[in-house]
Ligand binder design. Structure first.
Ligand code: FMN
Length: 158
């Protein structure tokens, strides 16, 4: 399998999840940050995994735009979809809002991988928002490696 993982990240969590996924997938895996390269050549891949993180309830606009432009091609490939986020109760709804229904139904694997609050990488405003909304004042790390492994196994067809 020739696999593309196309992702967006604000503080590195979704990228770290992409790297862990890569280590757990069989086949040739290429990582592309959609903020740096929004137009990867999809014809080179038979499998495309899309990942993004949730801020103020939404996935990055670059992920949404990438899907809008490529939805027909994506529906012809093997696909996987994941998000990184911290609000456990809202996670499922946020995931559903992040990706269109036809893509969610088509996906071989879907995943909610948890996330992290990394205070060292946040700006002043982000820190204030997280303190107020999540009531958190220190860095928290909650990436779910077991969930990433389950996702990778589903992508591999196991
Ligand atoms: C300013 C800010 C807003 C956030 N808003 C949400 C949110 O609405 N829902 C949620 O589940 N997580 C929220 N998070 C948590 C992020 O989804 C989490 O930090 C994630 O790991 C970020 O991944 P990234 O580093 O790849 O961008 C927020 C984090 C920050 C810093």
């Amino acid at each position: 399998m020739n696999i593309l993982i196309a992702y967006c990240t604000r503080h590195g969590c979704t990228e770290e999840a992409a790297q862990t996924l890569k280590e757990n997938l069989s086949g040739e895996v290429t990582l592309v940050n959609l903020k740096k390269n929004g137009k990867p050549d999809l014809s080179a891949f038979d499998t495309v995994i899309l990942g993004g993180s949730i801020h103020m309830g939404k996935i990055q606009s670059q992920v949404r735009k990438f899907i809008e432009k490529n939805v027909d091609v994506l529906l012809e490939k093997r696909t996987g979809l994941y998000v990184c986020c911290m609000e456990e109760k809202q996670a499922q709804q946020q995931f559903e809002n992040a990706f269109p229904e036809e893509l969610r139904k088509h996906a071989s694997a879907t995943g909610i991988f948890g996330g992290a609050f990394n205070f060292e990488r946040m700006n002043f405003l982000e820190r204030k928002i997280v303190q107020k909304v999540a009531g958190v004042t220190e860095s928290v790390y909650k990436i779910d490696e077991g969930e990433i492994k389950r996702f990778a196994a589903a992508m591999d067809g196991n």
